[in-house]
Write a protein that binds this ligand. Structure first.
Ligand code: C2E
Ligand code: MG
Ligand code: MG
Length: 695
């Protein structure tokens, strides 16, 4: 009997056949919907849903099988053994579980683990089917057609592999395609299951005159009732299943929304400054990268460094600082032009990016810096914020992303040269690299205590008596060459190394002073202190401990600070300098007349000495003498001693001495000398001087 004739003959009720086909497709649709939902669930929930999926498939196939049986008219009334019928349900569920477990493993379709699970499903389905036939307990027993049984089993295996193939393939599809494709796949799988069943039915036939021996078992009518109940349960499950997909989808949408808003917030934090709401450094870098990608070549970047912002925050708090920044933003914005973007790149740095050529950049930045520096009032306090500007221009491909470092170098140069703005020049980048290299070597030198001190004598201007010495730092490069402290001290200050170096200097110079005292040399030793050292919280304590350690009287020590040093953070430094004075250490203002000092500091601070800078001594012939004279006079009025630095010639000495200076220092008296050499120099000098005096 062909399969076609089987369906078309009276042996099957056509209505039931169609119903079973619909049912078969619906079961698969339900199973595939759950499969999609499981992919979006967390691990714990997924396990529950796998069980639910197995129950739906197992129970569905079993019910579908019995609906098929219901439509079967073998020519006599069928009865089914209750125990065997329910055993077949259990086997169906186990077979379904075997297939479902193949969905969740991450093995390729044609792998051993998938093959085993697929085989489990096929065998389970076969057992379930023929147990159903067997449960009819007919006499004579059913006749088996092994050809059709094999076809049925092959189809069952094809069915399971197709289902697994879909679960693996669907991951590559978009949501919409997935949903449409799922409908067709459900139909396809439903049709295969349908043929699995009906080919299986052809595989077992009953000879003429067969009848069921156990008429007390399930009759066809009872089976019809059971199947109707099963159908209702299945329909309810399918409705529930479609509902969970809708629920999961809305949950996913919600999650997506939350994720989107979180991503937006994160982007906001990453690319926008929270105080000014201006784009930040990340945003600037991103814009430059984008411009470069678009093959844009020309742009200017102007970096504005607000000089006293940190001191303002330290003195009046962060909230006050924020108000200042807000005001600065307004001021700079007032000066930005078309095609420019203003960024707040860091705490005290604004940057302006212009994508159009600005022909009058020098005039523009001059006006900008003047505008920024104008004083203003916040919370009743009158303040002005200075700035240093560095700008750079990109003219060719590849330069755009270099703009930040170019502008940074220019700004750094402006800061060091104490000018309000500078344009980038290529040597600046090289200097920055050199600076980084020196910084690295400085760290090593600190570790190895590779510094030496040279001492330069200071003598009484009128008597010529040797009064003291200034300790000057020397850092050898190895081949008897020295890097000037004027070059490496600012680098040490910039990279936070000055305190470590300063402590080494203090230690060495006090040890030297102790040795001189021991050798009978009564000298006052001057030690240079960096403004950054004055910020060191335990500076006074360190000095007093060292004085104690080396048994050096504090009055034999003088600390030289540049006149702008107390201006960094006046409250803190003035307090510290006063404490040093209380300790007995003398205070000297170095390079007087060269920095931005406030003359009022002279009577605020307990100063002992003013050092007239070498530049004034060098320019005596070109008119600096009245300034020197006035400075010495002012110091005398304030009862402050004066020292002239850098005396190189007899002429300079005569002029300066005539102005009434107290002490002299310079190459004319002696070059700076290392410890031993200085001791010998000092002993000889003293001897000669005493002889001159007695003569
Ligand atoms: P300074 O404290 O004003 O030191 C005087 C500088 O002038 C020294 O340069 C000295 O060698 C030089 N000098 C002295 N007499 C003459 C002269 O007759 N003619 C000329 N042309 N120069 C003369 P040096 O040693 O290169 O130091 C430069 C600066 O480095 C110092 O200026 C000081 O600001 C800083 N410095 C030096 N040693 C230290 C230190 O131990 N600690 C700190 N923080 N800074 C130091
Ligand atoms: Mg000095
Ligand atoms: Mg000096």
């Amino acid at each position: 009997m062909s399969a076609l004739s089987f369906f078309l003959t009276v042996q099957n009720n056509p209505f039931v056949v169609i119903l079973s086909l619909l049912m078969s497709c619906s079961i698969w649709w339900g199973v595939l919907v759950i499969e999609s939902a499981i992919r979006s669930l967390d691990h714990l929930n997924a396990r529950k849903w796998r069980i639910w999926q197995s129950l739906l498939l197992g129970f569905g196939i079993w019910a579908f099988h019995f609906i098929g049986m219901l439509g079967w008219r073998p020519g006599f009334t069928l009865y089914f053994d209750t125990t065997l019928t329910f055993t077949s349900l259990l086997i169906s569920i186990l077979a379904a579980y075997s297939l479902i477990s193949a969905f969740q493993i991450k093995a390729p379709l044609f792998s051993k683990s998938v093959a085993l699970r697929s085989l489990g499903f096929t065998i389970g389905l076969g057992i379930m089917h023929y147990l159903g036939v067997f449960s009819a307990q007919t006499v004579p027993s059913a006749q088996w057609n092994f050809g059709w049984i094999l076809v049925s089993l092959v189809l069952a295996n094809l069915l399971s592999l197709s289902a697994v193939a879909w679960t693996q393939w669907k991951a590559q599809l978009s949501d919409l395609t997935k949903r449409n494709a799922r409908l067709f796949v459900s139909l396809g799988l439903g049709v295969i299951l349908f043929f699995v069943h009906y080919t299986g039915v052809i595989g077992a036939s009953f000879p003429e005159g067969s009848f069921c021996i156990n008429t007390a078992a399930f009759s066809t009518e009872t089976l019809a009732t059971v199947v109707i109940i099963c159908g209702i349960i299945l329909a309810a499950s399918l409705m529930f299943t479609s509902n969970i997909e809708a629920r999961i989808e809305s949950k996913l949408q919600q999650q997506n929304l939350t994720l989107k808003s979180k991503t937006e917030l994160l982007e906001q934090l990453l690319f926008v400054d929270s105080i000014t709401e201006l784009p930040n450094r990340n945003s600037l870098e991103q814009t430059l990268r984008d411009l470069e990608k678009d093959n844009h070549k020309q742009a200017h970047l102007i970096k504005i460094l607000l000089v006293s912002y940190e001191s303002i925050c330290d003195s009046w708090g962060q909230e006050f600082g924020n108000k200042v920044i807000d005001l600065m933003k307004t001021r700079i914005s007032e000066h930005t032009r078309r095609d420019t973007i203003l960024y707040r790149a860091s705490e005290n740095v604004f940057e302006i990016l212009s994508t159009k050529y600005i022909s009058d950049l020098p005039i523009y930045v001059t006006k900008l810096s003047e505008h920024i520096a104008q004083s203003f009032e916040i919370d009743g306090k009158s303040i002005s914020v200075g700035c240093q500007i560095g700008y750079a221009t990109a003219n060719s491909y590849g330069e755009l992303t270099q703009l930040p470092s170019m502008a940074r170098s220019a700004c750094e140069y402006a800061r060091r040269s104490s000018v309000s703005w500078l344009a980038f020049e290529p040597h600046m980048l090289k200097d920055t690299r050199d600076e980084l290299e020196i910084q690295g070597r400085l760290r090593k030198a600190i570790h190895d205590s590779d510094f030496k001190l040279a001492y330069q004598p200071k003598v009484d201007a009128s008597s010529g008596e040797l009064l003291g010495a200034e300790a000057l730092l020397r850092w050898s490069t190895g081949d008897n060459q020295f890097i000037s402290p004027a070059k490496f001290i600012p680098i040490a200050e910039k990279y936070g190394l000055i305190n470590a170096i300063g402590n080494l200097i203090l230690n060495q110079s006090l040890a030297q002073q102790a040795a001189w005292i021991e050798a009978g040399l009564n000298l006052r030793l001057s030690i240079n202190l960096s403004p950054f050292q004055l910020e060191q919280p335990d500076l006074v304590k360190t000095i007093s401990l060292l004085l104690e350690k080396y048994q050096v009287p504090p009055t034999s020590i003088s600390s030289e600070i540049t006149e702008s040093a107390p201006m960094l953070r006046p409250e803190i430094t003035i307090e510290k300098l006063k404490k040093l004075r209380q300790l007995g250490v003398e205070l000297s203002i170095d390079d007087f007349g060269t920095g931005y000092s406030s003359l009022s500091l002279l009577h605020v601070l307990p100063i002992n000495e003013l050092k007239i800078d070498r530049s004034f001594v060098q320019s005596i012939r070109t008119g600096s003498l009245p300034i020197i004279r006035a400075t010495i006079q002012m110091a005398k009025d304030l009862r402050i001693k004066t020292v002239a630095e850098g005396i190189e010639s007899e002429d300079e000495k005569i002029c300066i001495v005539a102005c009434g200076v107290d002490e002299l220092q310079g190459y004319l008296i002696s070059m700076p000398l290392f410890g031993e050499a200085f001791t010998t120099f000092a002993q000889n000098y003293k001897q000669q001087h005493e002889q001159q005096v007695s003569a």
